[in-house]
Write a protein that binds this ligand. Structure first.
Ligand code: ISE
Length: 339
Protein backbone atom coordinates (compact mmCIF):
# COMPACT_ATOMS: atom_id res chain seq x y z
CA UNK A 1 0.00 0.00 0.00
CA UNK A 2 1.45 3.39 -0.91
CA UNK A 3 2.07 5.78 1.97
CA UNK A 4 -0.28 8.47 0.64
CA UNK A 5 -3.24 6.56 -0.83
CA UNK A 6 -6.50 6.48 1.12
CA UNK A 7 -7.11 2.99 2.47
CA UNK A 8 -10.33 1.30 1.36
CA UNK A 9 -11.65 -0.71 4.30
CA UNK A 10 -14.29 -3.43 4.33
CA UNK A 11 -16.27 -3.96 7.54
CA UNK A 12 -17.87 -7.34 8.23
CA UNK A 13 -20.49 -7.31 10.97
CA UNK A 14 -22.51 -4.10 11.38
CA UNK A 15 -23.94 -4.62 14.83
CA UNK A 16 -23.06 -2.23 17.65
CA UNK A 17 -19.29 -2.74 17.50
CA UNK A 18 -18.93 -3.03 13.72
CA UNK A 19 -21.11 0.01 13.05
CA UNK A 20 -19.07 2.00 15.57
CA UNK A 21 -15.83 0.97 13.86
CA UNK A 22 -17.31 1.97 10.48
CA UNK A 23 -18.45 5.39 11.71
CA UNK A 24 -15.13 5.97 13.50
CA UNK A 25 -13.23 5.11 10.30
CA UNK A 26 -15.48 7.45 8.30
CA UNK A 27 -15.38 10.38 10.73
CA UNK A 28 -12.03 10.14 12.56
CA UNK A 29 -9.47 8.24 10.43
CA UNK A 30 -8.66 10.58 7.54
CA UNK A 31 -6.33 8.13 5.78
CA UNK A 32 -9.12 5.54 5.43
CA UNK A 33 -12.60 5.24 4.00
CA UNK A 34 -15.26 2.58 4.37
CA UNK A 35 -15.55 1.03 0.93
CA UNK A 36 -17.75 -1.99 1.67
CA UNK A 37 -19.85 -3.44 4.46
CA UNK A 38 -21.63 -6.73 5.16
CA UNK A 39 -24.03 -7.98 7.77
CA UNK A 40 -26.20 -11.07 7.83
CA UNK A 41 -29.05 -8.57 8.39
CA UNK A 42 -28.94 -6.68 5.10
CA UNK A 43 -31.30 -3.95 6.31
CA UNK A 44 -29.06 -3.32 9.31
CA UNK A 45 -26.09 -3.11 6.96
CA UNK A 46 -27.89 -0.61 4.74
CA UNK A 47 -28.87 1.58 7.68
CA UNK A 48 -25.33 1.57 9.07
CA UNK A 49 -23.87 2.23 5.61
CA UNK A 50 -25.85 5.49 5.45
CA UNK A 51 -23.85 6.70 8.50
CA UNK A 52 -20.39 5.93 7.16
CA UNK A 53 -20.21 7.34 3.64
CA UNK A 54 -22.65 5.01 1.86
CA UNK A 55 -20.25 2.18 1.01
CA UNK A 56 -21.32 -0.75 -1.13
CA UNK A 57 -23.40 -3.26 0.84
CA UNK A 58 -22.37 -6.82 0.01
CA UNK A 59 -24.58 -9.87 0.41
CA UNK A 60 -21.61 -12.24 0.74
CA UNK A 61 -18.73 -11.67 3.22
CA UNK A 62 -16.24 -13.82 1.31
CA UNK A 63 -16.93 -11.91 -1.90
CA UNK A 64 -16.39 -8.69 0.09
CA UNK A 65 -13.03 -9.90 1.39
CA UNK A 66 -11.95 -10.90 -2.14
CA UNK A 67 -13.16 -7.66 -3.74
CA UNK A 68 -10.48 -5.48 -5.34
CA UNK A 69 -12.39 -2.51 -3.92
CA UNK A 70 -11.08 -3.47 -0.47
CA UNK A 71 -7.50 -3.08 0.79
CA UNK A 72 -8.04 -4.28 4.38
CA UNK A 73 -10.76 -5.63 6.64
CA UNK A 74 -12.35 -5.01 10.03
CA UNK A 75 -14.10 -8.12 11.40
CA UNK A 76 -16.81 -7.42 13.99
CA UNK A 77 -19.20 -10.28 13.24
CA UNK A 78 -20.30 -12.85 15.85
CA UNK A 79 -17.34 -14.42 17.67
CA UNK A 80 -17.78 -17.89 16.12
CA UNK A 81 -17.30 -16.45 12.59
CA UNK A 82 -13.97 -14.72 13.24
CA UNK A 83 -11.63 -17.60 12.39
CA UNK A 84 -13.06 -18.33 8.95
CA UNK A 85 -13.11 -14.67 7.93
CA UNK A 86 -9.56 -14.08 9.21
CA UNK A 87 -8.25 -17.15 7.38
CA UNK A 88 -9.88 -15.86 4.16
CA UNK A 89 -8.15 -12.49 4.68
CA UNK A 90 -4.83 -14.35 4.99
CA UNK A 91 -5.55 -16.29 1.80
CA UNK A 92 -6.20 -12.94 0.06
CA UNK A 93 -3.07 -11.40 1.65
CA UNK A 94 -5.26 -8.65 3.12
CA UNK A 95 -4.54 -7.03 6.52
CA UNK A 96 -7.31 -7.52 9.04
CA UNK A 97 -8.28 -6.02 12.38
CA UNK A 98 -10.34 -8.74 14.06
CA UNK A 99 -12.47 -7.95 17.09
CA UNK A 100 -11.82 -10.09 20.14
CA UNK A 101 -11.89 -12.94 20.60
CA UNK A 102 -9.71 -14.06 17.70
CA UNK A 103 -11.33 -17.47 18.10
CA UNK A 104 -13.71 -19.24 20.45
CA UNK A 105 -11.19 -22.03 21.13
CA UNK A 106 -7.41 -22.22 21.53
CA UNK A 107 -7.28 -24.87 18.81
CA UNK A 108 -8.87 -22.52 16.29
CA UNK A 109 -6.66 -19.63 17.39
CA UNK A 110 -3.62 -21.86 16.92
CA UNK A 111 -4.75 -22.58 13.34
CA UNK A 112 -4.79 -18.84 12.65
CA UNK A 113 -1.32 -18.31 14.11
CA UNK A 114 -0.02 -21.27 12.10
CA UNK A 115 -1.53 -19.85 8.91
CA UNK A 116 -0.05 -16.39 9.51
CA UNK A 117 3.38 -17.88 10.30
CA UNK A 118 3.18 -19.91 7.08
CA UNK A 119 2.80 -16.64 5.18
CA UNK A 120 5.77 -15.19 7.09
CA UNK A 121 4.09 -11.77 7.35
CA UNK A 122 2.09 -10.07 10.13
CA UNK A 123 -1.36 -9.33 8.65
CA UNK A 124 -3.57 -9.81 11.72
CA UNK A 125 -4.37 -7.29 14.45
CA UNK A 126 -6.71 -8.19 17.32
CA UNK A 127 -9.10 -5.67 18.91
CA UNK A 128 -7.90 -5.59 22.52
CA UNK A 129 -8.53 -1.87 22.53
CA UNK A 130 -7.54 -1.29 26.19
CA UNK A 131 -3.95 -1.18 24.90
CA UNK A 132 -4.98 2.17 23.34
CA UNK A 133 -7.01 3.47 26.31
CA UNK A 134 -5.22 6.53 27.78
CA UNK A 135 -5.81 5.33 31.34
CA UNK A 136 -4.37 1.88 30.66
CA UNK A 137 -1.46 3.30 28.65
CA UNK A 138 -0.61 5.54 31.62
CA UNK A 139 -0.40 2.49 33.89
CA UNK A 140 1.80 0.74 31.36
CA UNK A 141 4.13 3.77 31.23
CA UNK A 142 4.31 3.90 35.03
CA UNK A 143 5.33 0.24 35.10
CA UNK A 144 7.88 0.74 32.32
CA UNK A 145 9.39 3.74 34.16
CA UNK A 146 10.42 1.46 37.04
CA UNK A 147 8.70 3.78 39.52
CA UNK A 148 6.89 0.90 41.27
CA UNK A 149 9.65 -1.69 41.00
CA UNK A 150 9.10 -5.14 39.56
CA UNK A 151 5.45 -5.68 38.60
CA UNK A 152 4.07 -8.63 40.59
CA UNK A 153 0.26 -8.41 40.73
CA UNK A 154 -2.53 -7.41 38.30
CA UNK A 155 -5.89 -6.51 39.79
CA UNK A 156 -8.73 -6.08 37.32
CA UNK A 157 -12.37 -5.07 37.68
CA UNK A 158 -14.70 -5.49 34.72
CA UNK A 159 -18.36 -4.59 35.22
CA UNK A 160 -21.09 -4.54 32.60
CA UNK A 161 -24.44 -2.96 33.38
CA UNK A 162 -26.40 -6.04 32.33
CA UNK A 163 -25.95 -9.29 30.46
CA UNK A 164 -28.40 -11.44 28.52
CA UNK A 165 -29.99 -13.87 30.97
CA UNK A 166 -28.92 -16.79 28.73
CA UNK A 167 -25.22 -15.91 29.06
CA UNK A 168 -23.16 -18.75 30.51
CA UNK A 169 -19.93 -18.62 32.46
CA UNK A 170 -18.12 -19.88 29.37
CA UNK A 171 -19.59 -17.24 27.04
CA UNK A 172 -18.84 -14.48 29.55
CA UNK A 173 -15.24 -15.65 29.89
CA UNK A 174 -14.83 -15.90 26.12
CA UNK A 175 -16.48 -12.61 25.21
CA UNK A 176 -15.61 -10.46 28.22
CA UNK A 177 -12.79 -11.78 30.41
CA UNK A 178 -10.45 -12.03 27.42
CA UNK A 179 -9.87 -8.28 27.75
CA UNK A 180 -8.71 -8.62 31.35
CA UNK A 181 -6.51 -11.62 30.54
CA UNK A 182 -4.88 -9.61 27.75
CA UNK A 183 -4.43 -6.60 30.04
CA UNK A 184 -2.74 -8.80 32.66
CA UNK A 185 -0.34 -10.27 30.06
CA UNK A 186 0.35 -6.84 28.52
CA UNK A 187 0.90 -4.92 31.77
CA UNK A 188 2.88 -7.67 33.56
CA UNK A 189 4.79 -8.80 30.46
CA UNK A 190 4.23 -12.43 31.37
CA UNK A 191 2.33 -15.46 30.09
CA UNK A 192 -0.48 -17.15 32.01
CA UNK A 193 0.60 -20.45 33.62
CA UNK A 194 -2.52 -21.44 35.61
CA UNK A 195 -6.15 -20.35 36.01
CA UNK A 196 -8.58 -20.87 38.89
CA UNK A 197 -12.12 -19.56 38.42
CA UNK A 198 -15.20 -19.51 40.64
CA UNK A 199 -18.53 -18.06 39.57
CA UNK A 200 -22.06 -17.47 40.83
CA UNK A 201 -25.44 -16.67 39.39
CA UNK A 202 -26.56 -13.45 41.09
CA UNK A 203 -30.22 -13.50 40.03
CA UNK A 204 -32.69 -16.37 40.39
CA UNK A 205 -34.22 -15.10 37.14
CA UNK A 206 -31.04 -15.96 35.20
CA UNK A 207 -30.58 -19.33 33.52
CA UNK A 208 -29.19 -22.10 35.70
CA UNK A 209 -25.99 -22.03 33.61
CA UNK A 210 -25.44 -18.29 34.02
CA UNK A 211 -22.41 -17.29 36.07
CA UNK A 212 -22.54 -13.50 35.82
CA UNK A 213 -20.12 -12.87 38.67
CA UNK A 214 -16.70 -14.48 38.18
CA UNK A 215 -13.54 -14.33 40.25
CA UNK A 216 -10.54 -15.29 38.15
CA UNK A 217 -7.16 -16.02 39.72
CA UNK A 218 -4.19 -16.37 37.40
CA UNK A 219 -0.61 -17.43 38.04
CA UNK A 220 1.80 -16.00 35.50
CA UNK A 221 5.45 -16.35 34.70
CA UNK A 222 8.02 -14.46 36.73
CA UNK A 223 6.18 -15.25 40.01
CA UNK A 224 3.37 -12.88 39.06
CA UNK A 225 -0.30 -13.16 39.99
CA UNK A 226 -3.56 -11.70 38.74
CA UNK A 227 -6.98 -11.40 40.30
CA UNK A 228 -9.92 -10.33 38.16
CA UNK A 229 -13.55 -9.59 39.04
CA UNK A 230 -15.88 -9.92 36.06
CA UNK A 231 -19.41 -8.90 37.00
CA UNK A 232 -21.71 -8.44 34.04
CA UNK A 233 -24.97 -7.58 35.81
CA UNK A 234 -23.79 -4.63 37.90
CA UNK A 235 -26.82 -2.53 36.83
CA UNK A 236 -25.30 0.87 37.86
CA UNK A 237 -23.19 1.19 34.69
CA UNK A 238 -20.06 0.03 32.89
CA UNK A 239 -16.72 0.27 34.66
CA UNK A 240 -13.29 -1.19 34.03
CA UNK A 241 -10.15 -0.68 36.11
CA UNK A 242 -6.67 -2.15 36.09
CA UNK A 243 -4.02 -1.93 38.78
CA UNK A 244 -0.45 -3.15 38.79
CA UNK A 245 1.13 -3.71 42.21
CA UNK A 246 4.91 -3.67 42.20
CA UNK A 247 7.64 -4.37 44.71
CA UNK A 248 7.79 -0.69 45.66
CA UNK A 249 4.46 0.81 44.70
CA UNK A 250 1.35 0.53 42.54
CA UNK A 251 -0.24 2.10 39.48
CA UNK A 252 -4.01 2.07 38.84
CA UNK A 253 -6.14 3.40 36.00
CA UNK A 254 -7.59 6.81 36.83
CA UNK A 255 -11.28 7.39 36.25
CA UNK A 256 -11.82 8.92 32.78
CA UNK A 257 -12.11 12.70 32.98
CA UNK A 258 -15.74 13.54 33.64
CA UNK A 259 -17.42 16.35 35.51
CA UNK A 260 -18.11 16.09 39.25
CA UNK A 261 -21.66 17.48 39.29
CA UNK A 262 -23.11 19.09 42.42
CA UNK A 263 -26.89 19.37 42.42
CA UNK A 264 -29.86 18.63 44.69
CA UNK A 265 -27.70 18.14 47.78
CA UNK A 266 -25.57 15.53 45.99
CA UNK A 267 -22.25 15.20 44.19
CA UNK A 268 -22.02 12.75 41.28
CA UNK A 269 -19.85 11.66 38.35
CA UNK A 270 -21.48 9.98 35.39
CA UNK A 271 -20.72 6.29 34.77
CA UNK A 272 -20.72 5.12 31.14
CA UNK A 273 -23.50 2.72 30.13
CA UNK A 274 -21.31 0.44 27.99
CA UNK A 275 -17.92 -0.20 26.41
CA UNK A 276 -18.74 1.88 23.30
CA UNK A 277 -19.08 4.97 25.49
CA UNK A 278 -16.19 4.18 27.86
CA UNK A 279 -13.63 3.21 25.19
CA UNK A 280 -14.53 5.51 22.25
CA UNK A 281 -11.15 7.25 22.37
CA UNK A 282 -9.39 3.89 22.51
CA UNK A 283 -11.29 2.58 19.49
CA UNK A 284 -10.35 5.65 17.42
CA UNK A 285 -6.70 5.43 18.53
CA UNK A 286 -6.59 1.71 17.72
CA UNK A 287 -8.07 2.23 14.20
CA UNK A 288 -5.78 5.21 13.55
CA UNK A 289 -2.62 3.34 14.53
CA UNK A 290 -3.74 0.30 12.56
CA UNK A 291 -4.31 2.41 9.43
CA UNK A 292 -0.97 4.17 9.93
CA UNK A 293 0.77 0.80 10.22
CA UNK A 294 -0.81 -0.35 6.95
CA UNK A 295 0.38 2.73 5.10
CA UNK A 296 3.84 2.88 6.68
CA UNK A 297 4.54 -0.85 6.69
CA UNK A 298 5.53 -0.54 10.34
CA UNK A 299 4.15 -3.19 12.77
CA UNK A 300 0.81 -2.56 14.45
CA UNK A 301 1.60 -1.75 18.10
CA UNK A 302 -1.57 -3.36 19.45
CA UNK A 303 -2.41 -7.02 19.95
CA UNK A 304 -1.26 -9.58 17.39
CA UNK A 305 -2.66 -12.98 16.46
CA UNK A 306 -0.27 -14.42 19.05
CA UNK A 307 -1.84 -12.25 21.74
CA UNK A 308 -5.25 -13.40 20.51
CA UNK A 309 -4.09 -17.02 20.76
CA UNK A 310 -2.64 -16.57 24.27
CA UNK A 311 -5.85 -14.91 25.49
CA UNK A 312 -7.91 -17.76 24.07
CA UNK A 313 -5.60 -20.40 25.55
CA UNK A 314 -6.03 -18.81 29.00
CA UNK A 315 -9.78 -18.37 28.44
CA UNK A 316 -10.13 -22.07 27.66
CA UNK A 317 -8.35 -22.88 30.93
CA UNK A 318 -10.65 -20.48 32.81
CA UNK A 319 -13.70 -22.17 31.30
CA UNK A 320 -12.43 -25.62 32.31
CA UNK A 321 -11.58 -24.41 35.81
CA UNK A 322 -15.04 -22.88 36.27
CA UNK A 323 -16.64 -26.14 35.08
CA UNK A 324 -14.49 -28.47 37.18
CA UNK A 325 -13.84 -26.28 40.23
CA UNK A 326 -10.09 -26.85 40.16
CA UNK A 327 -7.02 -24.88 39.02
CA UNK A 328 -6.11 -25.61 35.40
CA UNK A 329 -2.58 -25.34 34.00
CA UNK A 330 -1.92 -23.32 30.83
CA UNK A 331 0.90 -24.62 28.67
CA UNK A 332 1.81 -21.96 26.10
CA UNK A 333 3.98 -23.12 23.19
CA UNK A 334 7.12 -21.21 22.31
CA UNK A 335 6.39 -17.82 20.74
CA UNK A 336 7.17 -17.95 16.97
CA UNK A 337 9.81 -15.53 15.69
CA UNK A 338 7.11 -13.70 13.70
CA UNK A 339 5.79 -12.23 16.99
C1 ISE B 1 -17.97 -6.85 24.86
O1 ISE B 1 -18.03 -7.76 23.78
C2 ISE B 1 -16.68 -6.11 24.82
O2 ISE B 1 -15.78 -6.37 24.06
C3 ISE B 1 -16.49 -5.16 25.93
O3 ISE B 1 -15.24 -4.50 25.81
C4 ISE B 1 -16.56 -5.93 27.23
O4 ISE B 1 -16.40 -5.03 28.31
C5 ISE B 1 -17.90 -6.62 27.33
O5 ISE B 1 -17.97 -7.33 28.56
C6 ISE B 1 -18.08 -7.59 26.18
O6 ISE B 1 -19.34 -8.22 26.27
Amino acid sequence: MTASRTLSIGVIGMGGMGARHAVNLHRHVGMARVAAVYDVDMERARQAAARCGAPEVFDDPIRLIRSDQVDALVIASPDATHVDFVLECLRCEKPVLCEKPLATSAADAARVVEAECARGRRLIAVGFMRRFDPQHVAVRRAVESGAIGRAILFKGVHRNAMVSSQATGASIISSSAGHDIDSARWLLGQEVAEAYVRGVRTRASFDEATRDLLLIQLSLGGDCLATIEVYVAAEYGYEVSAEIVGERGAAVTAQPADALVRSRQARSVAVPIDWLARFQDAYVAELTQWAESLRSGQPFVGASAWDGYMATLASDACIRSLRDGVPVAVRAPARPDLY
